[in-house]
Design a protein around this ligand. Sequence first.
Ligand code: TYM
Length: 329
Amino acid sequence: METVLSGIRSTGNLHLGNYFGAVRNFVKMQHEYNCYFFIADLHSLTTHPKPENLHDNIRKVLSEYIACGIDPEVATIYIQSDVPEISQLYLLLNMNAYIGELERTTTFKEKIRKQPENVNAGLLTYPVLMCADIIIHNANKVPVGKDQEQNLEMARKFAKRFNHIYNVDYFTLPEPFNFGSDLVKVPGLDGTGKMGKSEGNGIYLIDEPSVIRKKVMRAVTDAGPEQPNSTKPEPVQNLFYLLELMSEPDTVAHFEQAYNDCSIRYGDLKKQLAEDIIQFTTPYRERILEIYNDSEYLSKVVKNGANRARESASKTLREVREIIGYKSF
Ligand code: TYM
């Protein structure tokens, strides 16, 4: 059976980008594949979370995962730092990852631009840790959004390099996955770019209806089309994209028509979009809160997940050490 793995940083709550880019696919795959889903709490250290927030951030994301339909009885759900074998494999892989290629990664270059005061080595080797996450279970399918495409490419490169250096056919080369379609990129509400935790432009599954209404009503648009059937500028295109994700086809067709004949009122579109998002997120929000407050259940899930993940991870690490040439005395 093929193995599927995906992860999410515990840097903030789950937003619609995380849901449609990654989580929705996990949920669909869990009954057909051998699935591992984890919370990347080591990756989250690159942004220096405060010790008093670290645990709660993990607990939130864990509750959100489960509320979205990932079933701990079916899939293995675990916390990255509970599986020390991942950190050990990361160290071993670092020896064959080169500074030049890491410095050229788009996400690293972006971080230098966005947070020049905190360009740490963890950010530089972020794709190596991500590779360790994936190949420690020899995963071949990785459901992710478009923004992770390059990191996946790097993971393939490092896995292939390991096989080449040691002349083995050990690691499977992981592929980004979205059911045969292009990887998804959910836009933010600020006109350009993707919805993201660090971008501050997201709608979260946990957001209250009033917050969602406020965020959507403030979304960037323009003065409206002047010519019939004109091309939509990016901010407007983004709103339509969200409408396609969240609303009924009839609703989308109605606003498309209004845009094309220049009668569109963005206020109406936003009101409808906000209500459709609220209808979608409300059951999730309620479920998240229920799970978040159930300490006994969460503790069971985490222990069980760590045991299952460590079983697979320790086997890989043992074999990797042998391939590298470590022997016991
Ligand atoms: P993170 O936490 O930023 O995002 C988690 C998942 O959500 C997807 N995503 C999006 N998809 C579409 N549109 C968006 N606007 C959007 N924003 C986020 C991401 O593509 C991702 O799939 N480095 C990863 C976490 C990670 C990981 C891994 C993922 C660590 N190790 C191994 C897969 C495999 C990250 O920071 O994702």
